[in-house]
Design a protein around this ligand. Structure first.
Ligand code: NDP
Length: 373
């Protein structure tokens, strides 16, 4: 009898204990559930059916709260393929000339802009004018002036503007942020962010100032900029920066190859970062505090992200970043949910102000002051 009671107690414990465990917000995101989701769904049209647009579309197949329902593309053949692959009706297909007509389409709630950086400004403002919420890929624009205009246009149109910061929903990233907020690392003293890769094809838009707005800093350096802010938990007050160019034929004027930059934070912490298009194996964050540290490598790729702290390895399960991102963004847009780390246009604008300041620091050699909060 006693052993039967013990057996039953063992069985009951997880079921009884679960409701009282403080489960982190990511824990439920990709768990299969017996009750099908019946709440509101964000109906999304993707603009720009390229490499990353395709990744987002595939990830959205597993979303509960967001659904791919439309496309905007300059390539008719891609539209056809996507229509059959994702079941998209012809009435939800647009090109770059006619997509303003989406304002008359009640079956699309939001447009996800996934085109080359320099096109975001115009495309986001047109989407907002069409009365649609906008998710825009990083960098939100190519400078802070454009970014401010996008924020203003979305405010004026009374639509939400979010930036595709997928790491803001990544479980290990969120755990380190939780630890830092809880004081488990003590006073934060230092952040290091190393990001980069060898860019390859010299003819791609990423190496054109007109389409990319710059070089590695715009594309990959932004992860270290944004990461420094959410890891340290403060806004930088100043920036210094230095550029090196070893291949001027590949990296033309105003297209940066490698930039090292440093930040100073109000609490006394400093950051040291490197952004490059000409070195491999760089995807590493290190956060140091007086009582502990956190290290991530890889820190921002599609994962699985690996992380350890002074307390040991983090074992949070891998999630498909874009699936979680889109479900969470649906909650933000439809239900006003507040994310742990902001993903709105103001957040994107802060990174653009820092990018402007880094380029200014490179050009002048000066320490450039920032006022972000
Ligand atoms: P791709 O070159 O793979 O795709 C871009 C797509 O934009 C093209 O396929 C095309 O689609 C459309 N497009 C419209 N005008 C142009 C033009 N003049 N030149 C080239 N393409 C054009 O780029 P990515 O998908 O890699 O990057 C797109 C955006 O996504 C960038 O802002 C980038 O920074 C961001 N990104 C974000 C990532 C993340 O992890 N958050 C990862 C990778 C990229 P169509 O033929 O349908 O018109």
């Amino acid at each position: 009898m006693d052993s039967r009671r013990k057996f039953l107690q063992k069985l009951a414990l997880p079921a009884l204990a679960l409701p009282f465990l403080p489960l982190p917000s990511w824990a439920n995101l990709q768990k299969p559930t017996l009750i099908p989701y019946q709440g509101p769904v964000l109906r999304v049209a993707i603009m720009g059916l390229g490499g990353y647009g395709t990744r987002v579309a595939e990830a959205m197949k597993d979303c509960k709260k967001a659904k791919l329902v439309g496309v905007i593309s300059g390539t008719p053949a891609k539209i056809k393929t996507w229509q059959s692959k994702y079941g998209i009706p012809a009435k939800n297909c647009y090109n770059y000339e006619n997509f303003d007509e989406v304002k008359n389409n009640p079956d699309i709630d939001a447009i996800y802009v996934i085109t080359p950086n320099a096109l975001h400004h115009n495309q986001v403002i047109r989407s907002a004018k069409a009365g649609k919420h906008v998710i825009c890929e990083k960098p939100m624009a190519v400078n802070a002036k454009e970014g401010q205009e996008m924020v203003d246009a979305c405010k004026k149109a009374n639509v939400k503007l979010l930036v595709g910061y997928r790491m803001h929903f990544e479980p290990k990233t969120l755990e380190i942020i939780r630890m830092r907020k809880a004081g488990e690392l003590g006073k934060i003293t230092f952040f290091q962010g190393l990001v980069g890769f060898k860019v390859g094809d010299p003819n791609q838009w990423r190496l054109s100032k007109e389409l990319a707005g710059g070089g590695s800093l715009m594309d990959i350096g932004i992860y270290a900029i944004n990461g420094a802010r959410y890891m340290v938990g403060e806004e930088p007050m100043w920036v210094t920066a230095q550029e090196t160019k070893t291949d001027p034929a590949m990296f033309k004027k105003d297209v940066d190859e490698t930039i090292q930059f440093q930040f100073g934070f109000p609490g006394g912490a400093v950051a040291s970062c490197l952004s490059t298009y000409n070195m491999n194996n760089l995807d590493k964050f290190f956060l140091n505090g007086n009582d502990g540290f956190a290290e991530m490598q890889p820190s921002t790729n599609y994962g699985p992200i690996k992380a350890r702290t002074h307390q040991g390895e983090l074992s949070h399960p891998h999630v498909t970043h874009q699936t979680v991102q889109m479900d969470e963004m649906a909650e933000i847009i439809l239900n006003g949910k507040q994310p742990i780390v902001p993903v709105d246009g103001e957040e994107g604008l802060k990174d653009l102000k820092i990018i402007d300041a880094i380029y200014e620091a490179v050009q002048t050699g000066n320490k450039v002051s920032l006022k972000l909060s």
